[in-house]
Write a new protein. Structure first.
Length: 140
């Protein structure tokens, strides 16, 4: 699907006179006919605007995920709603980094516990149990 607004050089929020002027100034006869048939009729323009919004969102999502079309799609009319890949870190990559940090912290804690003398581990466990018992008894 072609992005008629992009190809005509107008914003989707443009009024009917601006769109009519852009259609009249268009040199491509096929684009001119498509734009006149779709954007000049109110009901068709509303339907197109709904599809345009959805396809724009999909294009942004694809860019955020780093997805691009294959070489045979580049420059084609099906590529109108595609954006260049977003080089910012994706949500998936952020979550994987957090998970890796949590695993590393747990691994470090596990090594620390294994190196702790057995008597210190017992004291820590008994101290925690005593604190919990004290908290419970204070509530009575």
């Amino acid at each position: 699907m072609r992005d008629l607004y992009k190809r005509l050089g107008v914003e989707p929020s443009a009024d009917d006179t601006a769109i009519g002027a852009a259609i009249d100034a268009c040199d491509n006869s096929a684009l001119k006919a498509d734009a006149a048939a779709v954007l000049s009729v109110g009901a068709r323009r509303e339907a197109y605007d709904g599809l345009h919004g959805m396809l724009s969102e999909l294009g942004r999502l694809r860019a955020r995920l780093g997805l691009t079309h294959g070489a045979h799609w580049q420059g084609d009319v099906a590529n109108d709603f595609s954006l260049a890949p977003d080089l910012a870190q994706s949500r998936h990559d952020q979550l994987v980094a957090k998970l890796d940090a949590a695993v590393a912290a747990q691994s470090t804690l596990g090594r620390w516990r294994r190196r702790m003398p057995w008597w210190l581990a017992g004291v820590a466990t008994l101290g925690g149990a005593a604190l919990a018992l004290g908290w419970w008894l204070s509530g009575l």
